[in-house]
Each structure stands twice: as C-alpha cells, then as structure tokens.
Design a protein around this ligand. Structure first.
Ligand SMILES: NC(=O)C1=CN([C@@H]2O[C@H](COP(=O)(O)OP(=O)(O)OC[C@H]3O[C@@H](n4cnc5c(N)ncnc54)[C@H](O)[C@@H]3O)[C@@H](O)[C@H]2O)[C@@H](O)CC1
Ligand SMILES: [K+]
Length: 464
C-alpha cells in the first residue's frame, strides 16, 4: 500500500521540517538524491543537461548538477528564466565548472527541473520548445514538468519522463499520470506527514484481501452474488458479468433476468431464473450491465435496491438513477452502494468530470452516500467516508467493449464475500487491469479473453 499526499500537505510538512533544519538542507538532500539516480542512469555516459525553471525545482536541478560535476560529469544547463533562477544553486553550479548554454546538445541524460510542486498548466512555449527537441532520456525532478501535481492532468505539452525522483513522499501525480520509474528520496518529512490523501493498493494488499475458501466453507458461506443484467436481445453483458463473478470467488452465483438461457448455456454452474423477484437470497447484487432503461429495468433496479444487501450499480443502472432520482428512495441508506461510472455516466449523474478526477469521485461519493469507482486509465475509488484509492493501468488493453461488465461481476462477488466496499472496488479494479494485461500480452483482446484471465490475475496477486 502506497500513500500519496497532496501539495498543500507536502508544503505544510516541509515548512515544519525547514523550521528546524539548517537553511538549504532539504534542497541539498533532494538534489543529492537526484544526482545519485542520475549517476545510475548515466551508466557509461558522461554528459548531463539541465533544464532549469524559475523556482526551487530548478534549484534542485542546479544542485544535482553541482554534485554530478564533483563526480567529473560534464554538466550544461539551460536557464529558462535567467532573471528568476535559484541564485545559490546557480552559484554553486558555476563554482564547480557547470556551463550555462542556450540549448542542450549531445547529452546522455536530461534533468528536468522546469517546474515542480508549484506547476500550473502545461509547459510554457519556450520550455516546450526545448523539451520537443530532446533525444536523451529525461530524469524529472519531483514530477514531469507540465503535469499537474495534484490531479495528474495534462492540458498541453509536458515532459515524458524515463524516471522521476521525488522527495519525502509520493504525490497524487505519481499514481495518476505516467512519471516513468518513480524513485522516492527520504528528506526527513515522515514525522510531519500524517495519514495520506490517497492510497494506491499494491499486489500484496489485493492478494491478502482476496477471499478464498477455508476448510469450513461451502458455496453459501462464501457469499452468493446476484446478477441482474443483460436482456433477451443482448445476453452478452449478463454472460460476462456472471462469468466474472463465478471466476472471482468460489461462492454461488445467481442470475436473474431475460438472458437466463444464454447465461445457463455458457455457465451451467450459475443458478438462473427469469426475474429478480424469485431469485432467492443473495449477499450482493450487480445491477445494470445491458439491462436497458425501460420500465421493466427500473422495476428490477428498485427491487435490487430494496433488497437490503450491498449493490454494485453499473451502466444502465447509473443512467436510470440519473434520469429518475425517485429511484434513490428505494435504497436503504445504511446498505453499501457502489456506483461504477465511466465519464459519460458520471456526467449524467453529477455533471462533467473535469480534470480533477479525484475531487469528482469524492464529491459524488459524498453526494450519493455511495462508493464511486470512476473508470479511466487511472481508476479512482472514493468512499463516502473520504477514503480514496487510485489504480493506474500500465496499459489500455482493458478499454474494450464488455470490459465494464466483467469489472462489475468481479466487484459484485467481492461485495458478496463481505469485503469492505471501498476495498472491494480497489481490489476489483486492480485484478481487472491485471487480467487485461495478462490476456493481451501485447495484442488487442476481446472482453471474453479478459474474463478468461481472471484466474491467472488472482494467482498473480495471491501470496505464494
Ligand atoms: N519546499 C521545500 O522544502 C523543498 C522543495 N523542493 C523543490 O521545490 C519545488 C517547488 O518549488 P517552488 O515552489 O519554488 O516552485 P516550482 O519550482 O515548482 O515552480 C517555480 C515557478 O514556475 C512557474 N510555473 C508554474 N507553472 C509553470 C509551467 N507550467 N511551466 C513553466 N513554469 C511554470 C511559476 O512561476 C512557479 O512559481 C519542489 O517541486 C521540489 O522540487 C525540494 O528542494 C525539496 C525541499
Ligand atoms: K520537474
């Protein structure tokens, strides 16, 4: 589990530490960490170029240049705003023979000290011009310049980092955007940082949380998942969601709806009925994928919300909740509800997502008293209690038709097994992208292949 802290919190912690350490000590620690990683990345190379912006991020780069010079590396620096540059850093850099140049040429590694925690918006045109012409790998100081540190959003030119060296703690950008290989250098903030703003689950967290049968378990004790999805014309969503639930835990799966025949044919182990009213007891419902939004679908959603068990509402269920707010009344507010919108579904529910996906998910979670799993390349899970988990996919193979139906089935089975709904959503998101990566192995895949890779993904996260 990795914690991530927003820039406000980082600055506050830095201020408290700076009050008790000698001036410049934090920057020196940070810069030394950058120099160590730069030396490692240089391997046989001898020439480093610095892109130096107006603030302390540029100061870090200049001090890193100073340490590299002292090791005999040839270091040149472009000062993007010569009238606003970290004066002590520049003086130290010059003192050891660092050269100031107009343009970086023939370098083996570039250190990006254009902008750090104070970044707003994309790279300015002059910085973008320098970045566009780089042909060496880039080591970014704190974060790749041009990406927003708190939201991970990019609205124009930005640095593409091979590696990022950050200080004290990880920031949201490190989980929400591509920062290359992220290295964390300790600068002594730990004692001043309290609980993180965001959390990224790692494989071990998911493996430990994943429900597996014990010696006393049977199909009922592991949780019965109900699937209210699909239609006679479109049974696919039902087949995918039911299959995902069957492959995710050893609990029973009940399917209820018009696609019963299709589900039974593909998954003989599922208990299938035509209607949610005669489905029997379940410990959690998945409702919505391929269900439609007509009156019959509304009745299904109402029945499921009234059942008094956790519900994962996806796809058409979200659209119905957005179109007909009376449906919220059917819900017992003390029973967990997980909403799994993509951006367009989110917009129907709560307006445009915008650049700040974490805040968007948080706001909706609070407003609807629900866990909100906002789908995207970086999936954000927000709980009504303020907890936020993020999970960034390393690839986009999961972005395929039917992929969301699979995710809802996985999530439903974890809710049925009794997992905390925020954790269930975070674990489902992680295993879902892992299954996509395993199935794809470098080539596009349909959702049925993603589904088929769920067991391998679970094996990959489970402790040996
Ligand atoms: N505060 C501290 O104790 C420490 C800070 N450190 C470094 O200090 C950085 C923060 O420094 P600062 O707050 O001075 O600010 P930055 O260096 O992040 O930004 C400097 C200035 O760049 C300009 N700018 C904003 N957005 C831009 C964009 N998109 N393109 C180009 N220029 C832009 C702004 O005028 C801003 O004030 C951290 O990221 C880290 O690298 C480290 O030295 C560790 C210690
Ligand atoms: K930077």
């Amino acid at each position: 589990m990795r914690g991530l802290w927003t820039t406000d919190r980082v600055r506050a912690a830095e201020e408290r530490v700076m009050a008790v350490v000698p001036a410049g000590a934090l920057m020196r620690r940070a810069a030394f960490g950058v120099a160590v990683v730069a030396a490692e990345l240089l391997a046989g190379g001898r020439r480093v170029g610095l892109l130096v912006g107006a603030g302390n991020n540029g100061g870090d780069a200049l001090w890193a240049g100073y340490y590299l010079r002292k090791r005999g590396v040839a270091v040149s620096a472009v000062l993007l705003t010569p009238d606003r540059v970290h004066a002590e850093g520049l003086a130290a850099f010059r003192r050891v023979g660092g050269r100031v140049v107009d343009r970086l040429a023939d370098v083996d590694l570039v250190i990006d000290g254009i902008v750090g925690l104070s970044a707003r918006g994309p790279l300015r045109p002059d910085a973008a011009e320098h970045v566009a012409h780089l042909d060496a790998p880039v080591l970014s100081v704190d974060l790749p310049s041009g990406i927003d540190p708190d939201t991970g959003a990019t609205s124009g030119p930005a640095v593409r980092a091979h590696t990022t060296v950050t200080f004290g703690c990880l920031k949201p950008v490190h989980a929400l955007a591509d920062c290359g290989d992220v290295r964390l250098v300790d600068i002594g903030l730990a004692g001043e940082l309290h609980g993180p703003d965001l959390v990224e689950l790692d494989v071990a967290d998911v493996g430990l949380a994943w429900p597996v049968p014990g010696p006393e378990d049977d199909k009922y004790t592991q949780g019965v998942t109900g699937i209210a999805a699909g239609s006679a014309t479109y049974p696919g969503a039902a087949v995918l969601a039911a299959g995902a639930a069957l492959l995710s835990t050893s609990g029973l799966v009940r399917y209820a709806g018009a696609a019963a025949e299709g589900v039974r044919a593909r998954w003989p182990e599922a208990v299938c009925t035509g209607s949610v009213t005669d489905a029997g007891r379940v410990q959690a419902w998945v409702v919505g994928p391929g269900l439609g939004t007509g009156l019959g679908a509304e009745a299904v959603l109402r029945t499921v919300l009234e059942a008094g068990v956790p519900v994962c509402a996806d796809a058409d269920a979200i659209t119905m909740l957005a179109n007909n707010p009376d449906l919220w009344d059917a819900r017992d507010p003390d029973t967990p509800l997980v909403l799994t919108p993509h951006d367009r579904e989110y917009e129907r529910l709560a307006g445009p997502v915008g650049d700040d996906r974490v805040t968007a998910a948080r706001k909706a979670a609070e407003r609807f008293n629900a866990v909100v799993l906002l789908k995207g390349h970086a999936t954000v899970v927000a709980g009504p209690d303020g907890r936020v988990l993020v999970n960034r996919a390393r690839s986009s193979w999961a972005a395929t038709a039917g992929s969301g139906d699979v995710l809802s089935g996985v999530l439903g089975s974890l809710l049925a097994a009794g997992l905390d709904p925020v954790l269930a959503a975070g674990c489902a998101a992680k295993v879902h992208v892992l299954a996509a990566e395993l199935a794809a192995d470098g080539a596009p895949i349909p959702a049925t292949s993603l589904l088929g890779a769920i067991p391998d993904a679970i094996r990959a996260v489970r402790p040996l």
